[in-house]
Each structure stands twice: as structure tokens, then as C-alpha cells.
Ligand binder design. Sequence first.
Ligand code: ATP
Length: 323
Amino acid sequence: LNNIAVLTSGGDAPGMNAAVRAVVRTGIYHQLNVYGIMYGYRGMLKNEIFPMESKSVANIIQRGGTILKTARCREFYEYEGRKMAYENLKKHNIDGLVVIGGDGSFNGAQKFSQEFDIPCIGLPGTIDKDIAGTDSTIGFDTAVNTAVEAIDKIRDTADAHDRLFVIEVMGRDAGYIALHSGISTGAEHILMPERKTEVNDIIEELQANERRRKLVNLIVVAEGDETGGAQEVGRIIKERCPQLDTRVSILGHIQRGGAPTCTDRILASRLGYAAVDALLEGIHNVMIGVVNDKIHYTPLDKAVKAKQEIDPEWFKIVKILAS
Ligand code: ATP
């Protein structure tokens, strides 16, 4: 192993920079040449590949986004596109690739590593925490903390006006951001794709709350919940409980940005270091995660979106603590 490259791909997540920094500095420590690839697979295809030094990653551990930028790349789904990307890597004699991204990015890396002789390592970088083979993903902790901070602020104004707020957080396929932010802000209900919620039950509870003069209510909805997101939940409640002062708030892209939390920086640093370590050890074509606080390898083709069963006890906790 002499020359390795690193890229960020798919949706951005806070902490990606810390992971890039760890890959670059660990590589240099082991006397490897480290290259950065701009805009994910698109930059591989377009030969936007440049050598990185230790100082290229100075002052980025605390920054959100990704200095390598990220993109989605249609051509990489086709063999011809991947071949072009391979030829560009060969021009720089790259013999190891670290891909920081979500499961789509790992699918691409898996195909690429099967077709061409370049070992790939995947690092889970996504705010959704929905990837098999790791207890968390780079960006999740930051996104949840951003959501919590925003929901706390909404609670203040909800309290001042005795309002009901229906708040939408990110998570098209996974409800972890909703579950964690909902529990830690004392939400009355949490709606998420992993679990069907009957809106009727919510309405009945809201009416019961009103009878006992519990006037402030927060409902946290993951964007992918099958009821149809916060707008739809809000619409139904307004229709069925016109006496309540109901507002809808969609948190949106603030959840992707901002300085990564300590937890995400540590995870990213640990995984970036482990990626180079794995390449040096000859461990190839795996995603590296952390399971029970230990480094864990998952073959790239098994590192898929994981819709896990959510322990029903959590919903009991939500109900008891909000009553
Ligand atoms: P996130 O879940 O955070 O959005 P992701 O990595 O899953 O991140 P995708 O858009 O699914 O995001 O994938 C990123 C890129 O990986 C795609 O634009 C494409 O270039 C490549 N890719 C994804 N799936 C495949 C596949 N099946 N074959 C080849 N390349 C793929």
C-alpha cells in the first residue's frame, strides 16, 4: 500500500471533516501518500483528485459540512462510469480508497471493488443512524442535538401561548432522530416510519389532556412517517380539535449543519484511523463501525440501510413520562 484516497459521498453529515482529517493524518503517519477526491464519485470520474498534506486538514475537526464536498453521481451506477473512475485512480497509482457516506455510497464502493483491483473501506457518515453493522453513524449525535436545541426553543413559545406544536425532524426511512430528540425534549408523541401510529389515539389523548388542562403538547414526527409528515398530522389535528391552537414547524436543513459534537468527532477520528489501519492490515471491502464500543467490520454488501425493530418499551416510557 502506497497511495490512498479519501472521498465523501451522498448526504453530508457533521463530522465528515473530522473523519477526513483522521484518514489523512493516519495515512501520512504511515508514510502513505494521501489524495483527496472532490465531490464524491463525481470527482473520481472527472479526475478531481489532489494530494493532501497534514496541513490540508488543519482547523477542520470542528467544522460541519465537508471540505471535500459531496455529490450524487449518476454515471457511477453504470460500469462505464466506474471504469472511467478506475482509470483516474490508476493515473495517481491509488491502491486504497476510503469512502465516507451512506449505504448508497457503499453499494457503489462494493461494485467498484469487485470489478477493479482497488480495495475500498466504507465509513458510515449519515445523520440517520440507519446502517447495519454500527451502533451509531458520523453525524447522528450532532443532528439529534441540533434538533433538541431547536425543540427546546419551540417549547418555550409553546408554553407562553399554550400551544400544541407538531415538529418535523429529518429521517425519511429511519426515526432515530425523532425518537431520541422526542424523548429528550419530553414530547407527548413520537411518530416514526418503524412504527405505525394511529392518529385517532393521538386525538383522543389530546382531548383528555385538554380536560385535565394540560395545554402544552409537543408531537415529534419523522419526515418519513407514514401518516404523511408534520403538515398532514397538523392538518388532521386542526380539523378534529379546532379548539386547540396548533402549529406546525419543520426543522429542515439546520439538522445537517453545525459544528460536530464531541461524540461525533471522537467516532469520526476513531473510524478514520481504523480505515487506514484496515487497509494496511489487508482488510478489504468492509464498512467499519463501532459495536459495543469496539471496532467492527461489516462486508460492504451487508452494510445496508437497517430498519431495526424499535423496542416497544421506548414508547411506554414516552407515554409515562409525558403523562
Ligand atoms: P445518504 O443516505 O446519506 O443520502 P448515500 O450514500 O446512501 O447517503 P446515495 O445518493 O444513495 O447516498 O449514494 C451516493 C452515490 O453513490 C450515488 O450518487 C452513486 O454515485 C453511488 N451509488 C449509490 N448506489 C449505487 C449502486 N447501486 N451502484 C453504483 N453506485 C451507486
